[in-house]
Design a protein around this ligand. Structure first.
Ligand code: HEM
Length: 435
């Protein structure tokens, strides 16, 4: 292929400015924002050994996720996420992806998920019951507890509380295994110190599968569906359960902790959300008709996902030499659809860095093109858990606001950390007082 129209790169003074930004803030997100600003919607990072093409516009997102999707693979054999999830839905392509997706999708449709609202409330209350009547808690930790209880409690029909303490560290190690790190530059570098954590996760999941085989849980839950409708073998079920456990709880942890962080930083929004919850719910436990009325909370969730999309890039591998946005891309190139940059694109968002939940008010006309806002991706590989995540977020936030007054701990400030998801680090310390 001749490079007739190569993807633009940062050169000369612009390149220097970006390197300085990278050195100053030590953040790849800052460097990518600077490249977007100075180079454009499509650019190539040119670090030694790491040269992905980054796309950040509605038209390019659409091309990657829909119109040219067959020219990309998701799976990259050397990525730790493929090695961890083996044949899990997230890391499959082609026919095998389509079959797994068809099998699992019905279990995560909106009407199936609304049946879990009662269980989501129960597990949220279980997590909140450990909070002090008055004191300081780290929402990054607390929201992980809630998200784990909910995911395992609903999809696997299993109470995770008895296993929480022993699996907490293995879960964090497993997340660390798939987080960006030096392996990106040296794909074949040995990754020591993870095997036992992954082994512990595997033993837990196989126990859940065996207990389902033994008839201990309903046949029609998610695990039962994979066994009885799908006829999958235990290893393939393990891959799907680990995929759901990882993709389904770490993202919600990030969303919920960022939402509480942002509410803490914006007392007026906090007061409005609380007033809405009091008006709609009073002392009742949430049901679907309540959730439908929590409109401001819905905007808060959407705005949080805009500013801090837990999955901030969609990763793909170009299968062959191809064109993207009229530029030449070589086969084997990593292509990253930047959800983060798309969500802060100055052409499509007013005051893109500000927290303004009201921007999602449908009564206000916006001419945003499709694929401007893609927290759950788009096309046939969009998030299979999108309904689950949005219902869960509303239940958890509503339940917290019903039961607690919240304010940020003094000097609370969090920055985005690129882990397995985009997390608030070092955490979200908040003062809580039971109402
Ligand atoms: C706030 C919460 C969540 C966010 C922001 C989120 C975001 C995303 C995004 C952006 C993708 C597409 C990635 C790509 O195109 O490469 C995705 C895929 C996926 N998500 Fe989620 N997710 C969330 C919650 C969940 C939950 C609760 C589950 C499971 C119950 C889940 C399971 C998955 C799976 C299995 C895939 C792969 C789908 C496929 O390849 O067909 N996610 N998610």
């Amino acid at each position: 292929m001749t490079d007739r129209c190569p993807v633009p790169v940062a050169a000369g003074e612009v390149g220097l400015k970006i390197l300085k930004g990278l050195a100053r803030e030590r953040s790849l997100l800052t460097a990518m924002s600077l490249m977007h600003q100075h180079v454009g919607d499509l650019f190539q990072i040119t670090l030694p050994r790491f040269q992905p093409v980054v796309a950040a516009s509605p038209a390019l997102n659409r091309e990657i996720m829909v119109t040219s999707r067959d020219k990309f693979d998701w799976r990259n054999q050397s990525d730790p996420v493929s090695q961890l999830l083996r044949r899990g839905l997230l890391v499959q392509d082609g026919e095998s992806h389509a079959c797994l997706r068809e099998l699992m999708e019905p279990m995560l449709q909106r009407k199936q998920v609304t049946a879990h609202i009662g269980a989501m409330t129960h597990y949220t209350d279980q997590a909140l019951s450990a909070w002090p009547a008055q004191g300081t808690v780290d929402m990054l930790v607390e929201m992980r507890r809630a998200a784990l209880l909910i995911l395992v409690g609903t999809l696997f029909s299993t109470d995770f509380q008895p296993d929480m303490a022993s699996l907490w560290r293995p879960i964090l190690r497993t997340l660390n295994y798939i987080s960006p790190g030096l392996w990106i530059l040296w794909p074949n570098m040995p990754r020591l110190g993870y095997a036992s954590a992954i082994q512990e996760m595997d033993s837990y999941l196989h126990r859940v599968i065996q207990e389902h085989h033994a008839g201990k849980y309903p046949k029609d839950d998610f695990v039962g569906h994979l066994i009885h409708q799908g006829g999958l073998d235990d290893e393939l079920i393990r891959d799907q359960l680990l995929t759901m456990l990882i993709a389904g709880h770490d993202t919600s942890t990030a969303l919920l902790s960022w939402a509480l962080y942002l509410l803490g930083q914006h007392p007026q929004a906090m007061a409005r959300a609380k007033a809405e919850v009091d008006l709609v719910l009073g002392d009742s436990t949430p049901e679907q008709h309540h959730l439908d009325q929590l409109q401001f909370l819905d905007w808060v969730i959407k705005e949080t996902l805009r500013l801090y999309p837990p999955i901030h890039v969609g990763n793909r591998m170009a299968k062959e030499d191809m064109q993207l946005g009229g530029h030449e891309i070589r086969g084997g190139t990593r292509v990253m659809c930047s959800i983060y940059l798309s969500h802060r694109h100055p052409d499509h968002w007013q005051d893109p860095d500000k927290f303004i939940p009201e921007r999602f008010d449908r009564a206000v006309r916006h001419n945003r093109p499709p694929f401007t806002y893609i927290p759950f991706g788009g096309g046939p590989r969009n998030c299979i858990g999108a309904s689950f995540a949005q219902i869960e977020a509303k239940v958890v936030l509503a339940r917290i606001l019903q039961q607690f007054e919240l304010s940020p701990a003094p000097d609370q400030s969090a920055h985005s950390h690129m882990g397995a998801t985009l997390e608030p680090r070092p955490g979200v310390m908040m003062h809580v007082r039971r109402r």
